[in-house]
Design a protein around this ligand. Structure first.
Ligand SMILES: *Cc1c(COP(=O)(O)O)cnc(C)c1O
Length: 391
C-alpha cells in the first residue's frame, strides 16, 4: 500500500506521471523560449515542442493537430465552446440543448448564456443516468445551435451513448459539444466515429499537469467557427490568445501518449478492482449503487449509504481514505448533487452518496483495506444511530 490516506479520488485529479514531469522540466529552464517568437532558435525550439505535443494530444482522440486549441483546462474549454458558438452563430438562433447532469463548467456556462438571452432545453436522465435519445431528437428545433452532452459523468462514471447522439446531431445539422474530461484516457474517444464537433478535456485528469487543457474544434464536415473569448495576439489560430504554457502543453502531450499505451491494460486492471470494491460495498447493508448500468467508466463507483450523511462518513474516514461526495461543491452549504437528483434520488439518498474513483496507483491491497474500513465505519454509524434512537 502506498501509504495513508489511500487516494480514491482520481476523478478530482491525478498525480503527475514522473515521465510527464521529466518531459516538462527543461521547458521551465534552458528551453524557456516563447513559442510565438519567430525570429530565433529559442522560439523555434518551443514551437517545435508545442507542435509535437499537439500531435500527441490529437492522436489520443483521432483528431488532426490543427483541430486542437490549447487552453488552461476543461473549464475554459467549455466556456470557449458554448460562449464561442452562441456568439458566432447568433444569426441561426439562440437555442441550446444541455444535459441536466453536466459538470458545473458546462452547466454554469449555459446558465450564464441563458441570462444573455439563450433558450436552454435541459435534458433529463433516467435512473441509470442516461439521456433519452428520442427526447433529445424531439428537443431539436430549427434554431438549435448546439447539443451539449458530456461523454462520461465525473460523479457516477455513467457513459452516454455518444456516437448515437453525434449521429442525431449530424442528421439535424446541429453542432455537438461533449465534455470528455472524464472519458479521455479511460475509454476510447474518437471524434470521427463519435461525430463530435467540439470537445473539452484536461491534462490533470490524465496524469498530466494542472492548468492546461484543450478544446477540439472540428475543421471539416462541418468546419466549426467560434467567437474567441480571449482576445489578444491571435495565438491558437485566433481561438485563444495568450502566450502558450509550453511546459504544461509538453506535459499534456506526454500524458496523452502514455494514455494511448496504458489505457487498455489499465482499464481492465482497474475494472477488476472496481468490481471487487463494488461487490464489497454492496455487501454492506443499506448500500445503494448509483448509476450502475453497463454503460460506465471502468474505474468509478458511486454508492449511497442509506441513512448516513455522506459528509459525516467522509469526515470519519478521511485519515485513512481520501474520497469525495463527487459533486465539486465549493460553497459552504453542501447541496445534494444535481447529478444524483436528476437520476431521481431524493435529497437524503443524494446526500449520503460517496464516489470512489480508482487510478493507476490503486492496488488490490488498498481495495481490500477500503472494503474492510468502510464496512466497519458504516456499522459504527448505524449502531450509534440505533443507540440515539433507543434513548
Ligand atoms: C474536472 C472536470 C472539469 C474541469 O476541468 P478543469 O481542467 O479542472 O477546469 C470539467 N468537466 C468534467 C467532467 C470534469 O471532470
Amino acid at each position: 500500500m502506498s501509504g495513508l490516506p489511500i487516494y480514491l479520488d482520481y476523478n478530482a485529479t491525478t498525480p503527475c506521471d514522473q515521465k510527464v514531469l521529466d518531459a516538462m522540466l527543461p521547458y521551465f529552464t534552458h528551453k524557456f523560449g516563447n513559442a510565438a517568437s519567430r525570429s530565433h532558435a529559442y522560439g523555434w525550439e518551443a514551437e517545435e515542442a508545442v507542435k509535437f505535443a499537439r500531435e500527441q494530444v490529437a492522436a489520443l482522440i483521432n483528431a488532426i493537430p490543427e483541430e486542437i486549441v490549447f487552453t488552461s483546462g476543461a473549464t475554459e474549454s467549455a466556456n470557449l465552446a458554448l460562449k464561442g458558438v452562441f456568439e458566432m452563430y447568433g444569426a441561426k438562433g439562440k437555442h441550446l440543448i444541455v444535459a441536466a447532469t453536466e459538470h458545473k463548467a458546462v452547466m454554469d456556462t449555459a446558465l450564464h448564456l441563458e441570462r444573455l438571452g439563450a433558450e436552454i432545453s435541459w435534458l433529463g436522465v433516467n435512473a441509470d443516468g442516461l439521456i433519452n435519445l428520442q427526447e433529445l431528437e424531439g428537443a431539436i428545433r430549427t434554431d438549435t445551435l448546439l447539443i451539449a452532452v458530456m461523454y462520461a459523468n465525473n460523479e457516477t462514471g455513467v457513459v452516454q451513448p455518444i456516437r448515437r447522439i453525434g449521429e442525431i446531431a449530424k442528421r439535424h445539422q446541429v453542432l455537438f459539444f461533449s465534455d470528455a474530461t472524464q472519458a479521455i484516457g479511460k475509454v476510447s474517444v474518437d471524434v470521427i466515429r463519435d461525430h463530435i464537433d467540439v470537445m473539452a478535456f484536461s491534462a490533470h485528469k490524465i496524469y498530466g499537469p494542472k492548468g492546461v487543457g484543450a478544446l477540439y474544434v472540428r475543421r471539416k464536415q462541418p468546419r466549426v467557427r467560434l467567437s474567441a473569448q480571449m482576445d489578444g495576439g491571435g495565438h491558437e489560430r485566433g481561438f485563444r490568445s495568450g502566450t502558450l504554457n509550453v511546459p504544461g502543453i509538453v506535459g499534456f502531450g506526454k500524458a496523452a501518449a502514455i494514455c494511448l499505451e496504458k489505457m487498455e491494460p489499465e482499464a481492465r486492471r482497474q475494472e477488476a478492482l472496481r468490481n471487487k470494491l463494488e461487490a464489497g460495498l454492496l455487501n454492506i447493508e443499506g448500500t445503494v449503487l448509483n448509476g450502475g448500468s453497463k454503460s460506465r467508466l471502468p474505474q468509478t463507483i458511486n454508492v449511497s449509504f442509506r441513512g448516513i450523511e455522506g459528509n459525516s462518513l467522509i469526515a470519519g474516514i478521511n485519515k485513512e481514505i481520501a474520497v469525495s461526495s463527487g459533486s465539486a461543491c465549493t460553497s459552504a452549504l453542501p447541496e445534494p448533487s444535481h447529478v444524483l437528483k436528476a437520476m431521481g434520488l431524493d435529497d437524503e439518498l443524494a446526500n449520503s452518496a460517496l464516489r470512489f474513483a480508482l487510478g493507476r496507483e490503486t492496488t488490490e491491497k488498498e481495495i481490500d483495506f477500503v472494503i474492510d474500513r468502510i464496512g466497519s465505519v458504516v456499522k459504527q454509524f448505524r449502531e450509534k444511530q440505533l443507540e440515539n434512537f433507543n434513548i
